[in-house]
Design a protein around this ligand. Structure first.
Ligand SMILES: Nc1ncnc2c1ncn2[C@@H]1O[C@H](COP(=O)(O)OP(=O)(O)OP(=O)(O)O)[C@@H](O)[C@H]1O
Ligand SMILES: [Mg+2]
Length: 243
């Protein structure tokens, strides 16, 4: 891949479900090793947009490219670590069996597989619960396992839909530390969040409201453009608050 080329390129994308247009003419680029946050009120279209980026869903018009490849494209699965908003886990299986299933999907084998499973479970602090069935996990534990799965194959692009919901503050800190470190090694990260102190940690933020991308800029740039002292204030100016 050309290093100069954006990792994600969204061009005039719309997505409609029946007569309801949920995303409207969105254009956006995310560069290599950026942490890009999507911010917007509930129902504004964040999850719909990230599903288009992963190739789980398809645009109604416009185009999404990831690493120069037009999405959706099954082979891009190897390049992307996706953490969905609602956990996609096999609850009747143990965490280990879930991880092994995804490892097989990504072609991880042998010692490498064992090492990666150990590493990601340590990162989300679940190493003692590896053999527990997922239906015995708490909500936060399931979120953490979902994150572990997204990180398993060391993908160059991480797409995380509200990754830290239900995760306690201490662990959230260590997860952010890890995301930062991956970022420094060149991993590109797109995430959605409702948490302002997480939004502030992003290199750039996209503000979505009613399916439209109102602005995409650094946190400082957004605060300046709206004359706000905090990101929360900028968020409210861009149409946040309660719907
Ligand atoms: N498959 C679908 N069929 C019809 N409408 C849908 C579908 N998926 C999403 N929508 C609608 O699209 C809009 C945007 O939903 P989306 O899940 O993208 O919002 P969001 O910004 O992720 O919200 P939240 O912060 O609550 O997660 C909502 O009005 C939702 O009802
Ligand atoms: Mg969502």
């Amino acid at each position: 891949m050309n290093q100069e080329q954006p990792v994600i390129s969204v061009t005039r994308v719309s997505r409609a479900f029946g007569s309801k247009t949920v995303l409207k003419d969105i254009s956006l680029q995310v560069n290599r090793a950026e942490t890009f946050g999507l911010l917007g009120p509930s129902g504004s279209g964040k999850t719909t947009l990230v599903k288009l980026l992963t190739g789980i869903d398809e645009v109604s018009s416009g185009e999404v490219q990831v690493m120069g490849v037009r999405m959706p494209k099954l082979t891009m699965l190897q390049q992307i670590g996706y953490m969905a908003q609602s956990d996609a886990l096999y609850t009747e299986l143990s965490a280990k069996e879930n991880l092994e299933f995804f490892a097989a999907l990504y072609g991880l084998r042998g010692g490498n597989r064992t090492r990666r499973i150990g590493d990601v479970m340590e990162l989300v602090n679940l190493q003692e619960h590896l053999r527990k069935r997922v239906d015995q996990y708490s909500g936060g534990m399931k979120r953490r396992l979902s994150l572990a799965i997204a990180l398993l194959h060391e993908p160059p692009l991480l797409i995380l839909d509200e990754p830290t919901v239900g995760i306690d503050p201490l662990l959230r800190q260590s997860i952010w530390k890890e995301l930062r470190s991956l970022n420094n090694q060149g991993t590109t990260i797109v995430l959605t969040t409702h948490v302002m102190d997480e939004a502030e940690k992003c290199d750039r933020l996209g503000m979505i409201r009613d399916g439209k991308l109102l602005a995409a800029d650094t946190p400082a740039g957004l605060m300046q453009a709206t004359g706000s002292a905090t990101i929360e204030e900028a968020f409210v100016t861009y149409g946040g608050g309660r719907k």
